[in-house]
Design a protein around this ligand. Structure first.
Ligand SMILES: [Zn+2]
Ligand SMILES: [Zn+2]
Length: 374
């Protein structure tokens, strides 16, 4: 039998790392170290704290509790970074998505631990999607026929959602819309209360004595870099989730009021002209979805579970779907290093160019979010 040299396994770790590993594993405080890592939930970027706290009884002056990180492994306490962006810390984002899921689910189905009674299931609940208007035609996949460019794009084609004609696409309008989306949402919620009051024949003040509107919302970026809001909107009685809304406050009335509020001229934000930029008035896009949320799906409606999963999924995403960066941009050269796609690059550049025209909007600081201020 021929002698074959047993294969030498490639070293998995370089000698320095291996040395560190052995040092940590054999240290007397290894158990505490492992405990710290476990408590951070495997956070990829834990925050290292050093310092001490001292709790004394106010009257006796007796030391009740004394803690110092000096006794921790390496003299440091590790705390999870708590970043909710999946691209930054998968572990913490997972925790955040789970928390969001339970929070939204609690808002829909009730949860004793969160002081939301299960009777909220009987309250009118609507899952609404408010979209951005058009800023110019983009490459798409219509149900019938081809894209306006004549091509039949594959589902993962990189050109989907990008401008058909970059020379006419309103990149400035798109980022200014994202930048003002929070205000537009505020206008929408104010108008929604008026619509509800009008349907019940009440003044806004009388409405507040009878009913409360509660929201859970999440922002989602479409591939074209325009913002969507998904929101769970629920009607409660005057004292909140523990009290029933009035009988006239039905789910159909709520859905109808949402549609009317989104389309109303009050629900708009004006942006003044500046140098080469025209004055703009932003409204929601015409695509509006407002669907009743049901405890169990019958095919026509959306379930509590589906809504909670959906909202949780988007709560950990920033604008990554557009290929932008997940942190603040220092200079445009960073876009080259990270191969940011052309459409997104134009949106980011628009943020930079508009920054001086609308200084209070801080567009350059929020360029990585395509103008949206979070
Ligand atoms: Zn983390
Ligand atoms: Zn196309």
């Amino acid at each position: 039998m021929a002698h074959r040299a047993s294969p030498v396994p490639a070293p998995l770790l370089d000698p320095t790392t291996l040395g560190d590993l052995l040092r940590v594993a054999s240290a007397p405080d290894y158990t505490r170290w492992e405990d710290q890592i476990r408590r951070t939930g495997g956070c990829s970027d834990p925050i290292h704290l050093t310092g001490w706290t001292l709790h004394k009884d106010k009257t006796t002056g007796e030391t009740l509790h004394h803690y110092t990180t000096a006794n921790e492994p390496g003299g440091r306490l590790r705390v999870a970074c708590g970043n909710r962006r999946a691209s930054r810390c998968p572990s913490c984002a997972w925790t955040y998505a789970g928390d969001t899921y339970h929070l939204i689910r609690a808002g829909l189905a009730g949860d004793d631990r969160r002081d939301v009674p299960t009777t909220v299931r009987d309250h009118p609940r609507v899952f609404a999607t408010l979209t951005a208007p058009s800023f110019g035609p983009v490459h798409n996949r219509p149900d019938h026929g081809t894209c306006r460019c004549g091509a039949q794009h594959a589902t993962d084609a990189p050109e989907l959602g990008t401008a058909l004609d970059p020379t006419t696409y309103d990149y400035a309008g798109a980022v200014l819309f994202n930048n003002h989306a929070g205000q537009l949402w505020q206008r929408f919620t104010t108008r929604l209360r008026r619509e509800l009051a009008a349907r019940a024949g009440l003044t806004r003040r009388e409405l507040a004595d009878r009913l409360r509107v509660s929201y859970g919302k999440v922002a989602e970026f479409q591939k074209r870099g325009a913002l969507h809001f998904h929101a769970v909107i629920r009607l409660d009685g005057p004292e909140g989730p523990g009290t029933p809304p009035p009988a006239w406050a039905t789910v159909d009335l709520l859905a109808d009021a949402i549609r009317a509020a989104a389309a109303h001229s009050y629900t708009s934000v004006s942006v003044p002209a500046a140098e080469d930029q025209p004055a703009r008035s932003f409204r929601w896009g015409t695509q509006l979805d407002a669907r009743p949320v049901k405890a169990f799906g019958d095919g026509s409606d959306i379930t509590e579970q589906a809504v909670a999963s959906y909202v949780a999924k988007y709560s950990t995403k920033a604008a990554e779907t557009t290929g932008t960066l997940d942190r603040r941009i220092g200079e445009l050269a960073e876009l080259d290093r990270h191969q940011v796609p052309d459409h997104t690059r134009r949106l980011i550049t628009a943020c930079r160019d508009l920054d001086a025209l609308y200084p209070d909007r801080r567009l350059w600081a929020w360029a990585h979010m395509l103008g949206f201020r979070g």
